[in-house]
Design a protein around this ligand. Structure first.
Ligand SMILES: Cc1cc2nc3c(=O)[nH]c(=O)nc-3n(C[C@H](O)[C@H](O)[C@H](O)COP(=O)(O)O)c2cc1C
Length: 258
């Protein structure tokens, strides 16, 4: 049985919530999936003050005492995750953004490898496509295997045509998500992901204090020596590209430092 958890960034049980329910019902109808909807509004989340203690000393030193770790634990216990938000002023809702900021340290120290991710955005008129791209990028940055998300238009009252379009998009998204759940959890990285890892780890190695939490995390995981975040068989082209990304970033960092 695979567990899929959807984190919803609105307290209003309307279009975003309804689309998430529909997506999860579709998913469960394929079999072998159990789901949970987590309304972020039911949890206490503090607003990040930007002290960067989490980056430097570790997330356990964060001065905010809230439900961040309860929510992270829900991600850890899931095989698949959905981030869903309405489009508010051409971005995710403030509630979703507060949640993402609380996960800020995990972009520096990614951890959700092997898990499937997607996004759902409800909009009134315009701008939701970019929010889907943003959330999917967030998913990739956190380490997830990302399945392209969906934006749908819910100008009220929703027309029959809009409803059909949304139903089709959610059905196809749930099929893609379901297929991804059944695929190998640790795929060979794409060139883009390989580049992000190799250049990122090189700048952490050269730029950060060895006592910082980010540096220690990479060291403990063996990421300064590994080909990728997790064991992956790189073909000859990606092996060469990986070394090239290492040296390009090394040169860039040395030039920057003068
Ligand atoms: C504060 C606020 C800002 C909004 N900004 C946008 C926007 O920039 N673009 C857009 O297409 N819709 C915008 N909307 C409309 C919502 O995205 C739309 O009504 C959506 O269905 C709300 O999700 P819900 O039904 O789950 O509450 C906004 C709504 C609110 C309340």
């Amino acid at each position: 049985m695979k567990k899929v958890t959807a984190f919803v960034g609105t307290a209003r049980k309307k279009h975003t919530h309804g689309a998430v329910r529909q997506f999860l019902d579709n998913l469960e109808s394929h079999g072998g999936v159990e789901s949970e909807i987590v309304a972020l509004s039911d949890f206490r989340l503090g607003i990040c003050k930007g002290c960067k203690v989490c980056f430097e000393k570790g997330e356990e030193c964060c001065p905010l005492k809230d439900d961040r770790d309860v929510l992270i634990d829900k991600i850890i216990k899931s095989d698949g995750v959905v981030f869903a938000s309405p489009n508010y002023s051409f971005q995710v809702s403030a509630m979703m953004k507060i949640f993402l900021d609380r996960l800020g340290f995990a972009f520096h120290r990614p951890r959700f490898f092997g898990k499937t991710f997607t996004s759902i955005v409800a909009q009134g008129i315009y701008g939701g496509g970019k929010i889907v791209k943003y959330l999917d990028f967030v998913g990739m940055g956190l380490g997830f295997n990302t399945v392209r998300g969906t934006c749908f238009t819910a100008f009220e009252p929703m027309t029959e045509k809009e409803k059909q379009k949304m139903d089709g998009a959610l059905a196809s998204q749930s099929r893609r998500f379901y297929n991804q759940l059944g695929k190998p959890a640790y795929p060979t990285p794409t060139m883009l992901k390989l580049m992000a890892f190799r250049m990122g780890r090189t700048s952490i190695r050269l730029e950060l204090d060895y006592r910082s939490s980010d540096y220690g995390y990479y060291k403990d995981k063996g990421w300064f020596e590994s080909d990728y975040f997790y064991p992956a068989r790189l073909g000859p082209l990606k092996k060469v590209a990986g070394s090239l990304f290492d040296s390009v970033q090394t040169r860039k960092t040395r030039n920057r430092k003068g």
